[in-house]
Ligand binder design. Structure first.
Ligand code: C2E
Ligand code: CA
Ligand code: CA
Ligand code: CA
Length: 251
């Protein structure tokens, strides 16, 4: 298989690289797979995080190229993992509006040989509610990939939209997870509601930003399925992810 071509962006010296954060089954603690997270290595400034990189790329017409690179590089990496390991990749609303997410997915799967069934595309609540993103979302689902809605709770996704695209996974925003311990009221009610809605629609529920054992306990009480966060592991370089994928027993 051809390896992912290098990416050059005008006005931004350096190169992109990926880190991978484990997703674990809450009840058993077993590793299910990884989410790919992009960073940029700049010759003078050092590492640039996605909070700055993604808005820059969107503003400079570079987001399509960047996300295409992320998809292919991440799929290439996932091909090295044991076959049960899942990969999640974030897609920008800009890609979806241009019909580019499904094209990038096609190219990445064809170039790497990764099975569609092992790939989850994560989109934001804003993207899934956006009419001009609908055609590309539908095209993605037709490929047989899984669809996750990221940062759920920040805008409150409508049930109708979740059903329309046969969403597989809802990811509870880290902001709600963070306040689970201190706030007995509203935050807990929101997390509890998201888990219930997810399960009533046969979707898996993922809690992001899990940092403490107490948060794990509360999430288990609510019946959440999967967790990501520093409590389990920080995002890690590709080689460390590969090593972890190879030693961990599969869920
Ligand atoms: P996200 O998709 O919600 O990703 C989760 C973010 O939370 C990541 O930040 C991750 O490093 C961080 N995180 C994970 N566990 C914990 C924890 O326990 N505590 C805390 N405080 N933080 C935790 P990161 O890597 O800086 O990414 C930020 C955002 O940038 C992502 O949010 C995602 O929306 C976007 N992004 C990252 N990679 C890509 C990409 O390849 N394409 C696109 N379009 N967006 C990306
Ligand atoms: Ca995400
Ligand atoms: Ca998130
Ligand atoms: Ca689906």
């Amino acid at each position: 298989m051809a390896s992912t071509p290098e990416l050059e962006l005008e006005g931004l010296p350096g190169h992109p690289f990926l880190e991978f954060q484990p997703a674990v089954d809450l009840a058993s603690g077993l590793l299910l797979g990884f989410e790919a997270l992009v960073r940029w290595q700049h010759p003078e400034r050092g590492r640039i995080d996605p909070g700055e990189l993604i808005p820059w790329a969107e503003a400079h017409g570079a987001i399509l190229d960047l996300n295409a690179w992320v998809l292919q590089a991440a799929c290439e990496e996932a091909q090295r993992w044991p076959s049960g390991m899942q990969l999640a990749v974030n897609c920008s609303i800009v890609q979806l509006r241009r019909g580019e997410a499904s094209r990038s997915v096609d190219r990445a799967l064809a170039a790497t040989g990764l099975l569609a069934d092992r790939l989850t595309v994560e989109v934001t609540e804003r993207a899934i509610a956006d009419d001009s993103a609908a055609a590309d979302l539908r095209a993605l689902v037709e490929r047989g990939i899984h669809l996750a809605v990221d940062d759920v709770g920040t805008m409150w996704t409508s049930l109708e939209v979740l059903r329309r695209f046969a969403v597989d996974t809802v990811k509870i925003d880290a902001a709600f997870v963070r306040h689970l311990e201190s706030d007995e009221g509203v935050n807990r009610a929101i997390v509890d509601a998201i888990v219930h809605v997810g399960h009533s629609l046969a979707m898996s529920t993922v809690a992001e930003g899990v940092e403490t054992a107490r948060q794990v306990e509360i999430l288990l009480e609510f019946g959440a399925d999967v967790a990501q966060g520093y409590y389990f592991a920080r995002p890690m370089p590709a080689d460390a992810a590969l090593a972890l994928a190879q030693v961990e027993p599969r869920a």
